[in-house]
Write a protein that binds this ligand. Structure first.
Ligand code: CAA
Length: 293
């Protein structure tokens, strides 16, 4: 099947990034958000990223304009009905995802392949809301999508091998390095990343080191681009907490259990960079200062 038109549901941080790389790869791209304001906000983010690429000389003005011209923002799910592939990047809640895919299943032709960008929910359970689980995969991208070079391509026991290979190729056409993963909680990256992030919080709780010293240790001692607390704030403490709950539910292992400090920070509304407070205070975004916890 020749993939020509790609639909993205959700134009937040992840959805807008996926829409951008899809358009940059030459696909006609339709991205859906629930309100015109949110569509506008997502498209503005794409325009800002493309403008930065022009400024840096990575792409020409002409390429920027062509790329932007391939992205259409919509508010109605019906407008995705003639897409060859649909990637969902909406709120990380199983009922919302199942409801969306059941709706899309009724709208789209039988050849359309469905993909979820979930980072922790079971793909099999989302796919089971449709009558096409054989044409359903996980496509897990990383934040910031235009920069991070990986996509996890997730197969379930029901995924047709030919569809799966097509999605591995699609990931490569988006400019990413696809890795193959089975539908096991957290796939590959979060299976390893989440216990590491939670362990950093436990080390802090136990007084092993301060936020800044633990961050510097992993950044300067191990060459990680961000220390664990900077990364936690970047990913979102609410998101990490939610993922850890799902993974703990799946594996019942302590390494996936959320430390009490994480739970309390989430309850207090300290969700990281996006709320201005997490392990760091972002009142001056250029110079975050560690919170005293
Ligand atoms: N959108 C687009 N481009 C961006 C960007 C964004 N949001 N943020 C940074 N960039 C670009 C910059 O323009 C710059 O491009 P050039 O090299 O072409 O100039 C490049 O990325 C590097 O940016 P900076 O120099 O400003 O900063 P940096 O060197 O610290 O890099 C970073 C920023 C890429 C985010 C880097 O710190 C990094 O890789 N951090 C780790 C991110 C990570 O681990 N992400 C995965 C999170 S887990 C997840 O997403 C999945 C999940 O399920 C939880």
């Amino acid at each position: 099947m020749a993939i020509q038109k790609v639909g993205i549901v959700g134009c937040g941080l992840m959805g807008s990034g996926i829409a951008q790389v899809s358009a940059q790869a030459g696909f006609a791209t339709v991205v859906r958000e629930v309100s015109p304001d949110l569509v506008e906000k997502g498209l503005k983010g794409i325009e800002k990223n493309l403008a930065r690429l022009v400024e840096k000389g990575t792409i020409t003005e002409a390429v920027r304009n062509e790329t932007r011209g391939r992205v259409k923002g919509v508010t109605s799910v019906e407008e995705l009905k003639d897409c060859d592939v649909i990637v969902e990047a909406i709120i990380e809640q199983l009922p919302a995802k199942r409801e969306l895919f059941a709706l899309l299943d009724g709208l789209c032709p039988s050849h359309t392949i469905f993909a979820s960008n979930t980072s922790s929910l079971t793909i099999t359970e989302i796919a089971a809301a449709t009558k096409r689980p054989q044409r359903f995969v996980g496509l897990h991208f990383f934040n910031p999508v235009p920069v991070m070079r990986l996509v996890e391509v997730v197969r379930t026991i029901a995924t047709d091998p030919a569809v799966y290979e097509e999605m591995v190729s699609f990931g490569a056409r988006l400019g990413k390095t696809p890795v193959r993963a089975n539908d096991s909680g957290g796939f590959i990256v979060n299976r390893l990343l989440v216990p590491y992030l939670l362990d950093a919080i436990r080390a802090l709780e136990e007084g092993v080191g301060s936020v800044v010293d633990i961050d510097n240790s992993m950044k300067l001692g191990c060459g990680y681009p961000m220390g664990p607390f900077t990364l936690l704030d970047f990913v979102g403490l609410d998101t990490t907490y939610y993922i850890s709950q799902i993974m703990f539910e799946e594996f019942k292992e302590k390494r996936f259990a959320a430390p009490p400090l994480l739970k309390r920070m989430v309850l207090a509304g300290w969700h990281g960079k996006k709320t201005g407070r997490g392990f760091y205070d972002y009142s001056d975004p250029a110079n975050p200062t560690a919170m005293s916890l």
